[in-house]
Design a protein around this ligand. Structure first.
Ligand SMILES: [Zn+2]
Length: 254
């Protein structure tokens, strides 16, 4: 399994793409997790075939995680995508995506490819993948996801502070992405992760590697410099790639 960090930015980052990753398994199946407003351009910069992405999974429908969908679908339609697309999202949040699908081709109603919108469940299988989701602590329900595929385990937190349920999904993973908006500690009932709590969680779970993302621009220098003293924690960057077989991050574009 390979991971391509399309973006690691916070909602209003001036210099980072909004947070999203691409997952490529050994059979070249590809998922996109989240699609904020600047994610389509990051995808286009990779020169992918328009039929490459099989599935888009949305952690939640805050604009910085989903507002790029209409633009991406419009580009796929404009260049004649034919491959069916599956979209996984919490059932209660799907209406916002339906609006974007309509916008992607308005005033016409037909795209050049079918879209199936599915409700993300606590657990399901997709091809050979075992998938689990759990809710983080966020202003609106936001799902963390655990994907077991190719003998590795990937965890991606979505927005929000870790909960007992998301920590259970994170345990034993090969690679964990954890939202870490803040350098200073936040209140226990806050809606975002903070660096001291992320660091403590990484140590508690003895993780191989926790990659922090969605950090506010102003906090990135402090987080980055402290991560340098902790071998199992690092600050994400746009364009990082991870090969879970080797777990060596590089800046090469896949
Ligand atoms: Zn959010």
């Amino acid at each position: 399994m390979k991971i391509d960090v399309l973006g690691c930015g916070s909602a209003f980052s001036l210099n980072h793409t909004t947070s999203a990753i691409r997952i490529i398994d050994n059979q070249q199946s590809q998922w996109l997790i989240d699609c904020g407003p600047t994610v389509p351009r990051a995808l286009w910069q990779r020169n992918l075939d328009i039929n490459t992405i099989d599935v888009i999974f949305f952690t939640h429908i805050h604009p910085d995680h989903c507002a790029g969908l209409a633009v991406l679908l419009n580009q796929w339609k404009s260049f004649g995508r034919v491959k069916p697309l599956q979209i996984y999202c919490q059932a209660e949040q799907q209406a916002m995506l339906v609006n974007q699908i309509a916008l992607a081709n308005w005033p016409h109603t037909e795209l050049t490819f079918p879209i199936e919108i599915l409700a993300s469940q606590p657990a399901w299988q997709w091809r050979g993948w075992q998938i689990h989701t759990a809710f983080a602590q966020h202003e609106i329900p936001s799902q963390a996801i655990r994907i077991e595929a190719d003998n590795h385990v990937l965890f991606y937190s979505g927005d929000g502070r870790p909960t007992d349920a998301t920590q259970a999904l994170m345990a034993g993973c090969t690679l964990a992405f954890q939202e870490c908006a803040s350098w200073p500690p936040l209140a226990a009932d806050a809606s975002h992760g903070d660096y001291p709590a992320c660091l403590a969680l990484c140590e508690k779970l003895a993780l191989n590697l926790m990659v922090l993302y969605h950090s506010q621009d102003a906090f990135r220098p402090a987080i980055s410099s402290d991560c340098a003293t902790h071998p199992h924690v690092m600050l994400s960057e746009d364009g990082l790639t991870f090969d879970l077989e080797a777990l060596s991050p590089t800046l090469a574009v896949l």
